[in-house]
Write a protein that binds this ligand. Structure first.
Ligand SMILES: [Zn+2]
Length: 437
């Protein structure tokens, strides 16, 4: 009798295990089925010997950027277009893992949770404007870096360029150093020393944490010393208000602000503004940046609030932050798929966003020169990030307030030199094409 009881008990346990296993299978089929069907090892299912059988990638205006039909694969017929949209669209062999052809292979292959792969290709329409990407590519003039433009009200990415790029129908010489990292989408998968564009973060913290910030005056004699280390400035700025210190991008003033705020507070702001985390661009994970909380009174702390030290920023995170300033403090999460509006995240209070926006407008008016951006109501911050050996990354981030043109942008040129003259000029070319083109 005891034996029978034991057997019944064992059978019960087995039955339970089967039920749980089936439940788990059904759950995972529902949640991960697309992944199974498009898993690259199953290449014969989705693709023919690694070739996408069918599927079409369009730009926001319906221009065909890549198309596969009966295993025949084509890119756009214009070499300039297919080179400048390469990192957004991806390539058929899948070298660019974050491109639409790889990241959205499920949609493209026409995956259906009931029947699996239908064999009828799907269409993926991107938010990017291929012609604007081409303008950005030409403006970069062979220099490595990234150009991003988004609609800050909808989160749609209008321009996403990474250079060096190449014509996917030709490829490139892997020995050629000019193509180093050409498979990488620098706009979303790289992080760079930000330099002075990071002063927007420090000034946001200062506006919220230092009560008399507008009454304070900052003095600059061209350099200052923190814990025995020299902090050099770009000029000798004399007495300045907070607005003037940002417009001058005064390192002495920002060293002082960083020391007042402290490493922990700066780190909290960098984290809250999304610089130290990865973000999802329709399921494509962006690169995390870095911000280290340096100890009280240290030179590292002073440099970290200036955007140097060990600071690293992904261009897409800078765009997200800048777009939030433009949008009253709320970031609409970026999207590269047309019709998919991102969810909202509050990054800054409306008051802080407005105050930052006023300062970014003042930067252009008082320091950069409005004549550099004809017809554009520009709010911006430049950055020239020192990365050693006398080289510096050129940054320009901001937005425009022209009626009907709610665009935010971030441009970075690796080793590009002065932020305004180089990245600022690329930003202007792209925005002119968007607004006045
Ligand atoms: Zn200064």
């Amino acid at each position: 009798m005891k034996k029978v009881k034991n057997r019944a008990f064992s059978a019960l346990i087995i039955a339970f295990a089967v039920i749980i296993g089936m439940g788990l299978y059904v759950y995972r089929y529902a949640t991960q089925g697309e992944m199974w069907a498009t898993f690259t090892a199953d290449s014969q299912i989705v693709t023919n010997e690694g070739k996408l059988i069918s599927g079409t990638v369009l730009d926001r205006n319906g221009l065909v950027l890549a198309k596969a039909e009966n295993s025949k694969q084509d890119y756009n017929s214009d070499p300039l277009i297919r080179t400048s949209v390469l990192h957004a669209v991806g390539d058929f062999p899948g070298n660019i893992g974050t491109g639409a052809l790889t990241a959205f292979a499920d949609h493209l292959s026409g995956y259906n949770p009931v029947t699996g792969i239908t064999g009828e290709g799907g269409t993926v329409q991107l938010t990017i404007d291929a012609k604007i990407n081409a303008v950005a590519y030409e403006a970069m003039a062979g220099r490595p870096g990234a150009v991003l433009v988004s609609n800050y009200e909808t989160g749609e990415i209008i321009c996403m360029l990474s250079t060096p790029s190449y014509d996917p129908t030709v490829g490139f010489d892997v020995e050629d150093i000019a193509y180093a990292g050409a498979y990488l989408n620098r706009a979303i998968s790289s992080a760079f020393t930000p330099g002075s564009v990071f002063k927007l973060v420090t000034v946001a913290a200062a506006l919220e944490q230092i009560d008399d910030i507008y009454e304070r005056r900052f003095y600059c004699e061209g350099k200052t010393y923190v814990n025995g280390a020299e902090i050099n400035c770009t000029g000798t700025h004399g007495e300045q208000t907070i607005e003037e210190a940002l417009a001058n991008s005064c390192n002495c003033a920002f060293a002082e602000l960083s020391l007042i705020l402290g490493g922990e507070t700066l780190a909290q702001y960098a984290e809250a503004f999304g610089f130290t985390s990865s973000h999802s661009l329709n399921g494509i994970d962006t690169k995390k940046g870095n911000f280290e909380a340096y100890t009280r009174g240290s030179a590292g702390l002073a440099w970290s609030g200036i955007g140097q030290a060990t600071d690293l920023v992904c261009p897409d995170s800078m765009l997200r932050f800048t777009a939030a300033i433009a949008n009253g403090g709320t970031a609409v999460e970026g999207s590269i798929l047309l019709g998919e509006t991102g969810k909202m995240s509050t990054l800054l209070s409306p008051d802080t966003a407005e105050a930052l926006g006023d300062m970014m407008s003042y930067n252009v008016y008082a320091s950069y020169g409005t004549w550099l951006f004809p017809g554009l109501e520009m709010c911006a911050k430049s950055g020239t990030a020192e990365v050693g050996n006398g080289t510096s990354h050129s940054w320009f981030t901001g937005y425009i307030t022209n009626e009907g043109s709610p665009y935010a942008f971030t441009v970075v040129i690796e080793g590009g030199g002065g932020g305004l003259a180089n990245a600022g000029s690329v930003a202007n070319s792209v925005l002119q094409a968007l607004v006045n083109g």
